[in-house]
Design a protein around this ligand. Sequence first.
Ligand SMILES: Cc1cc2nc3c(=O)[nH]c(=O)nc-3n(C[C@H](O)[C@H](O)[C@H](O)COP(=O)(O)OP(=O)(O)OC[C@H]3O[C@@H](n4cnc5c(N)ncnc54)[C@H](O)[C@@H]3O)c2cc1C
Length: 417
Amino acid sequence: MALGPVEPANQPMGHEPRNQESRPVDFSFDAEVEAFREEVRGFFREELSEERTRGHFDPRDLTGFDEAFERAHQRRAGERGYLGISAPSEFGGGGRPLSFQAAFGFEAAYHEAPCVDTAMTLVGAVMQGFGSAEQKVEYLPQMIRGEILMSIGYSEATAGSDLSGIAMRARLLDDGFELEGTKTLVTGAHKAEVMCLIARTDPDVPTRQGSSLFLVDLSLPGVEIERRATLNGWTLCDVHFRGVHVERKALLGELHGGWQQMAAALTSERSQLFHVGWAARDVDDLIQHCRSHERGGRLLCEDPFVRRELSRLRVEVHVALRFAKRVIWLQDQGRIPGHEAATAKLYATELLQRVAATGSSILGPHAALARGAHLAPLGGRMGWARLERIHGTISVGSNELQRSAIAQMGLGMPRNA
Ligand SMILES: Cc1cc2nc3c(=O)[nH]c(=O)nc-3n(C[C@H](O)[C@H](O)[C@H](O)COP(=O)(O)OP(=O)(O)OC[C@H]3O[C@@H](n4cnc5c(N)ncnc54)[C@H](O)[C@@H]3O)c2cc1C
């Protein structure tokens, strides 16, 4: 990723270092991807300028921005072709290798842009893999243009890591299905038009054989969305479906084939470069802060503890990038990463927590002040990160499950008893 040493002061990680010769290891993608990355950086700099974002911050939303800004931003990203970089060109996608998409993901996270959880990132894989021709024509172009927000409803009160516990029912009717049940911990449902969900279509057989995927319009009668506060100040949703009638065409893929389709879509999920992008940004911000702020009459960066810890974190970001790049490389070869993706996810999400903990230690007690508080160093970012960075180790498959996957697939060990 063309990541280099700390020099010079205004050169953040992930961006071209001025002193090329002292670059220890070259993490860059090939020249074409790097050129694309440069273009994307220009887009984000303009998009997230103070002028454009002023008045649009919303700490309750996990993007950090209000819905109006998120939608406008996604449309502009869509117009540039950034939301469907690797999607098929027949639906308006760019048809480019996944490394381009991964580079975009890194930059989106690094710039903290509200286009990480787009309709394409959340539902793109399942739609492309299993959508009917009619569904693809109806949804994919809108998703790629950034004109629609979507959410995924897999988790329930009785089903998280082990989704075989899902209780939501989809009763087969002559003219469609009737949905009954509640999805929980859903990201962004309060603003999404559509949810991709899994429900049991045959309660008399195990979930793996009797479940189906659906694309549900969230404005239908009987849908109720409840926003619930999370530890870090934003909200996730509980979504209740009470006798919701959907037409037959809402079925996504095969009747009773939802489990296998969902599993395939989950495996093809992200390379974790967005986690690395956030970590790289946090470390860069810490480095910049320590170079320009004093404690006890000397710059923070002159303190041996600070120097040691920041060097360690920078090395760890490089390690996280290596793991993520291995996943991208496998995907570009058309292979499905297994333990490699588990390793990348595990390392990057735990790194985010180490950065927040170390950053808070370096910045001292004021780091715990609320975001935006007068005396909060780095605008309160590290204190906020201590809470915010918890969820990455739980969502998209908890890290305990990733450890099991590494033991089984990577180390050839037997399944847990
Ligand atoms: C920020 C955030 C956003 C989310 N967004 C969505 C969303 O948009 N849509 C959606 O459907 N869901 C979403 N989720 C839910 C997420 O997928 C679940 O939280 C996750 O699958 C874990 O399920 P659970 O919370 O029920 O925990 P549980 O599955 O009950 O796990 C509890 C603990 O037990 C451990 N554990 C469970 N099974 C095993 C095992 N076999 N071996 C070892 N340890 C185990 C887990 O690692 C965890 O530490 C989101 C969650 C978060 C935190």
